[in-house]
Design a protein around this ligand. Sequence first.
Ligand code: PLP
Length: 375
Amino acid sequence: MSLFNVYPLFDITPEKATGVFVYDENGTEYLDLYGGHAVISIGHSHPKYVKNISDQVNKIGFYSNSIQNPLQVKLASELVEQSNCKDYQLFLCNSGAESNENALKLASFHTQKKKVISFKNSFHGRTSAAVAATDNAKIVAPINAQQEVAFFDLSDLESVEIALQKGDVCAVIIECIQGVGGLDESNTEFYKGLETLCNTYNALLIADEVQSGFGRTGDFFAFQKHGIEPDIISIAKGMGNGFPIGGILIHPKIKASYGLLGTTFGGNHLACVASLTVLEVLKEENLLENARILSEYFIEKAAEISEIKKIKGRGLMLGIEFSFPISELRKNLIFKHHIFTGSAMNPNLLRILPPLTIKKQHVDQFFEALKKELS
Ligand code: PLP
């Protein structure tokens, strides 16, 4: 085998996908409640998505960031309008880690400071500063560990304030709902408190919406439920429905200058068209509303199952917690019932991250399979 072997793989080879279903080489149909790790937002191979990307590659797929690209401007204005993040400006890159890397770098440029505050169980990606701000020692190499990051418990505003008082913190980075960590979320008082503290001590508040953004929680961004205004919002995953794209939305108080940030591939024509199509379909098909409705339905069905200890998360970013490790259950759901779900750092948590186009019959299909497995 010539691939660098870093991924434990399920022995399944998807060859085709449409809507909420994935098909292997034998034509076996799998219900996708994982969305390729929260990536598929408008459904696999959405006809508009396929057409728009195909049309674009027939015209021009890529040039560089040294020419005019009106698609980037259009994406910025559609995104700001649809997310209701008025006057924020967009910088485009290619992945979630890169978004957070640029967010942290920009915070450091802006404040001329270098310490970062992050939270226990957080995940922000695998590049230099992003991985240093991730609470998982196993994926932090010595070269990353030279970054100065302090980790606090979610909701521990007091420790955050003590750290900020030293005056050397450039950014507080937070997933409003933790993804990989296991769907934990604090309360409005805490998020508002963070916002106030960041303003008081001249640190930037970075909302990592890589997983929770683009409608997944039923709001455009998860932080919006708490009425805060982050200084930087990082985005990726559902933004491109599978086409690699990431970005940061930047508060107007942060000023741009030539050369401050940059990338070769970020904001290329194909990526912009992919994301513009996501925005168009989210609106046309009312997918945020669908996320809210289907979430309620899912939670109702989950409440009927006594083995479920707790249901966590919001919208279609959900976790169901059992009192036992879910790895066998997850395998059985895939191999016996042909349903993809996800896991988390919490071994008892099954993660549900379907395309936002999911319907009640798919939720029913999942609960029928789950009941069979638990009986
Ligand atoms: N931030 C969050 C909240 C994530 O869930 C992830 C990926 O799972 C990332 C950042 C990193 O994104 P990527 O894998 O695209 O670099």
